[in-house]
Design a protein around this ligand. Structure first.
Ligand code: DAH
Length: 350
């Protein structure tokens, strides 16, 4: 009889327990449901119950336990939904919380460095379109009719006859500037160029070039050399050496490939390759671009008197220079957006 009273009493207590907040809910749990709570304590009484009454007793205690557990669950859910209701609803159109500042892309860093160096030498910046016509990309630059760059497999043509293509080099900006002004002119241009190439560690169908040129009376190859020598030292360190190798471009005569020394301290070493010699191939020199004296035909094509004026021009690859300067081994890293790569350029001044 006594035990029945106990069960009834506990039931009344459970039903009457005041649960208006989370703290009271926890007190409820501790009092009735926890290991040392009243319901497990009641269970322990089983051993004192006569065997024939044990089944009925067990069922009563289980009912109590279910009552308390359900009440607890119900209140827990109710409190949880109150909390969500009082929180401001999430506005999915808001921008993400910004807690980190990004860093400049390595190509942007090098681009800005190039701009600063050439501006200090009195060059101004020019621009030209990335979609070019045949004259500005090829004919004006003295490209012969059957030059391989004019083939479909080398260039992305958008239209044929008359030809419109994605520019294959920034040399097209030379023509644009020369058409619109008379010398003296000392200018450079930086931008994207396109070639129909498979993407690999060393090539991409989209890349960047910088182009510079200087036209005036009595401009000579010595001026070209000194300009590029100064640039190479500013860009890669004061011990950098440069070397010119005879070459051919339709728009310059004479033409030369520009190399810089791989080891800034020792022309035979391999510092740019990080000792691996996989960039300079053990020669101690790496190519960064092409250059030359502007062909008189090009000046004439643009209405500049080639008897009065001479000029030099050069074009260099930004990816190439960036890879050399920061010892980047794979060109694809520039476009993969991998934070482990990009974060290494945090804090580098551009
Ligand atoms: N346009 C050439 C290229 O894309 C690079 C170049 C060579 C530019 C010689 C020049 C130059 O201005 O004089 O391969």
């Amino acid at each position: 009889m006594e035990i029945l009273d106990k069960i009834n009493n506990l039931q009344t207590q459970i039903e009457a327990f005041l649960i208006e907040n989370k703290e009271q809910l926890e007190q409820f749990r501790l009092k009735f449901l926890s290991q040392k709570g009243e319901i497990p304590a009641l269970m322990d009484e089983m051993k004192n119950i006569a065997p024939e009454n044990r089944k009925a007793f067990g069922m009563s205690v289980n009912q109590l336990k279910n009552l308390a557990t359900n009440l607890h669950k119900e209140k827990l859910e109710a409190f949880a939904s109150v909390v969500t209701k009082t929180q401001a609803p999430t506005d999915l159109t808001l921008p993400n919380a910004v807690d980190e500042l990004g860093s400049m892309h390595p190509l942007t860093i090098v681009r800005n460095q190039i701009i600063a160096i050439f501006e200090r030498m009195g060059f101004n910046q020019s621009e030209g379109p990335e979609i070019e016509d045949d004259f500005h990309n090829f004919t004006g630059l003295n490209f012969p009719e059957n030059h391989p760059a004019r083939e479909m497999q080398d260039t992305f043509f958008l239209e044929k006859n008359p030809d419109i293509a994605l520019r294959t080099h920034t040399s097209s900006v030379q023509i644009r500037v020369m058409e619109s002004k008379q010398p003296p002119m000392r200018t450079f241009s930086i931008g994207r160029v396109y070639r129909n190439e498979a993407i690999s560690a060393r090539a991409h169908c989209i890349f960047h070039q910088m182009e510079g040129f200087f036209i005036d009376e009595n401009v000579s190859f010595a001026d070209l050399k000194q300009t590029l020598y100064h640039f190479a030292k500013e860009m890669f360190g004061q011990d950098t050496q440069i070397r010119f190798r005879p070459s051919y471009f339709p728009f310059t005569e004479p033409s030369a490939e520009i190399d810089i020394s791989c080891d800034m301290n020792n022309p035979k070493g391999c510092q740019l390759c990080g000792g691996s010699k996989n960039i300079c191939k053990g020669t101690g020199w790496v190519e960064i671009g092409g250059s030359g004296m502007i062909d008189p035909n090009v000046l004439d094509n643009c209405g500049i008197d080639s008897k009065k004026y001479t000029g030099f021009a050069f074009g260099m690859g930004l990816e190439r220079m960036t890879m050399l300067k920061y010892r980047i081994k794979d060109l694809r890293l520039f476009t993969e957006n991998d934070l482990r790569f990009l974060k290494q350029f945090e804090g580098i001044e551009g």
